[in-house]
Design a protein around this ligand. Sequence first.
Ligand code: ZN
Length: 307
Amino acid sequence: MVTRDAEIRRAAFAWLGDQAELHGDVLPRDVLAAGFQYEGERVPLLGPQGIFKPRVLELPISITTVSGGPYSDSLDPGGLISYKYRGTDPNHVDNRGLRELMRRRIPLVYFYGLARSKYLGLWPSMVVGDRSETLTFTVAVDDATLADKLLLPNGDRVAAPDDGAEIRRGYVTTVARRRIHQQAFRERVISAYRSQCACCRLKHEPLLDAAHIIPDSDPDGEPRVSNGIALCKLHHAAFDKYFISVTPDYVVEIRPDVLTETDGPMLKHGLQGMHGLRLQLPVDSTKRPDRELLARRHARFQQQAAR
Ligand SMILES: [Zn+2]
């Protein structure tokens, strides 16, 4: 017999997968707070508190961290995620709920809050440690393809220990943390540019990216907005491949050989038409591209163009 808890969690994971297809990996708060219907009852996935249990369940379905908030230290240097207790009482009902999930090895969703009330959801996540001395739980993200397996048909029984789980979860969590950093950077850059391409002003967010001026190879580095530019897909690729550049004075330049070609409208309007335009900059001057980084990048562009 499949327990109601396992069934609802399974439905929640499936619903989140569908939402990610519609909206992309980063989901708006109102969608998550509204949730979905299960046998006529609403199952919200996010509430006002970090540890959230919808009315239809006995145990929490999600935990949430907000970027830059009081829990922004949540990425544990050891590789897994540290999650603060609710308050300082280890026996608060929310803390007891997470402990019970840990004991019964029941997965939940870890939401990481980015800018503008948007959340990256990571599931199935497992509570794997409880450190009362620091009032934190340790959370690991597991492989999404194993979600069904982790939800036992009989949720009252404690799952058997899973050999190799520790290594697998360490790896999946590391990858998840990299995704968090990338998405956090993207959201902050796109928000600084008021959701438009700095080059052509296209305003469709699904077609926008946060381009790095200097590639950031540090997987754990939270890159600065001043090392980014919001660009549409075309201009991002053109910037990365040195078809276009931006001078330290924020003027767009097209590679000279591309400027003299003859072809259809994409070349003519999409690339050549951008030559000499001034970049659309963030209002907040601290978020504008760092001129020194642009100078370095532009020197590379000139070298490439001279070849
Ligand atoms: Zn563009």
